[in-house]
Ligand binder design. Structure first.
Ligand code: UT7
Length: 344
């Protein structure tokens, strides 16, 4: 009997921009304090992509992942990028990455929109391509540049996010390592808990039926007020509760499908949104503190970049050894949530 084909992480890489934005600096931008941000979120600073685009960050992270896997761009047969802040509306950031890295023409490359769950969604899709034997090696990237969709005058959101990218090379293997179980979930009914309209105006849309120049001053003011701001909006409190509930459920589902228990997990690498969300999730799983990886103090919430950046750091710090069972879990706008259990 042939052995099961699995998808294993053969290499990791990440990239965060040079510019550091500290809590202290935010104090001079909005009505907040370092103390509030640190105690409510665990975040101390974040990185801002001043000169780097989403593609730039994705390419840097991918180059490091290829190097760590010891493979070249010519070996990649699929590119999936999880992002909600793509380089352009189209083509996909994945196509830009394909071109910049010199990945072969004809190799499928596409973006996937699942907000903060973007990387785990991309990992789940790439894994299916590998275990079904369609491709042997995939480049999976999570990247976001939330600094471009944040309202920098809104203290309830601007303190939470940062920019960055992470990547993995996923390879087919018949050995014991690899993804044992993964799940992805959505609930579009709760879309308005966390969203970013981020669109230009259509001149034919009903909101623009009457040209601005034809309007009275009060009508102009009214329509300006009605116009949806393009920025990220979030019901923080509600999101917090749903995040803990869905992440715990998603982890339990992955553990069950992988036929392992929480005791077997060597390291939980959760989406780095808020220390209190992560802590509540850890406690519900009864995982000891040392089996949890957190780096949000340095980067804040980098959305789809969050898990692969954390994974890359954990791996390079020697926190992951061959044979270890690792757990990923994420939650984000959509709503979306996802988890994966794998043997390193
Ligand atoms: O990737 C997934 C997406 N995002 C998340 O997972 C975020 C989920 N939510 C959270 O992390 C937390 O709900 C927040 C960090 C956003 C907020 O923490 P909280 O403990 O839920 O605070 P709150 O929203 O209940 O606000 C408490 C107070 C409010 O003042 P009042 O109404 O009590 O007077 C806010 O106006 O804190 C105020 N506040 C701030 N104060 C100083 C909100 N933001 C700030 C701020 N600085 N930056």
């Amino acid at each position: 009997m042939g052995q099961t084909l699995r998808a294993k992480i053969a290499g990791t890489g990440s990239y965060v921009p040079e510019k550091v934005l500290t809590n202290k600096e935010l104090e001079s931008m909005v009505d907040t304090t370092d103390e509030w941000i640190t105690t409510r979120t665990g975040i101390r600073e974040r990185r801002i992509a001043v000169s780097e685009s989403s593609t730039d960050m994705a390419v840097h992270a991918a180059e490091r992942a290829l190097k760590s896997a010891g493979v070249s761009a010519a070996d990649i047969e699929l590119v999936v990028v999880g992002t909600v802040t793509p380089e352009m509306t189209f083509p996909s950031t994945a196509c830009f990455v394909q071109s910049r890295l010199g990945i072969k023409s004809g190799v499928p490359a596409f973006d996937l929109s699942a907000a903060c769950s973007g990387f785990l969604y991309a990992l789940d899709v790439a894994e299916k391509y590998i275990v079904s034997g369609i491709v042997k090696r995939a480049l999976v990237i999570g990247v976001d540049r939330f600094s471009e969709i944040i309202d920098w005058t809104d203290r309830s959101t601007c303190v939470l996010f940062g920019d960055g990218a992470g990547a993995v090379v996923l390879s087919g293997t018949k050995g014991k390592s690899g993804i044992m179980a993964s799940n992805i979930h959505s609930d579009g009914r709760k879309w308005d808990m966390l969203y970013a309209p981020g669109k230009g105006r259509c001149p034919f849309g009903k909101e623009n039926a009457k040209k601005d120049s034809d309007k009275t001053e009060s009508a102009k003011k009214e329509s300006a007020e009605k116009e949806t701001p393009p920025y990220l909006a979030m019901s923080g409190n509600e999101t917090f509760k749903v995040a803990v509930r869905t992440m715990v459920a998603s982890i339990k589902e992955a553990l069950k499908a992988a036929k392992v228990s929480a005791d077997d997990v060597k390291l939980l690498i959760p989406h780095q949104a808020n220390q209190r969300i992560i802590e509540a999730t850890r406690q519900r799983l009864k995982l000891p503190k040392e089996r949890l990886f957190m780096n949000l103090d340095k980067y804040g919430n980098t959305s789809a970049g969050s898990i692969p950046i954390a994974l890359d750091e954990a791996y390079r710090q020697g926190r992951i050894k061959r044979g270890d069972i690792i757990l990923f879990v994420a939650f984000g706008g959509g709503l979306t949530w996802s988890s994966a259990a794998l043997r390193w």
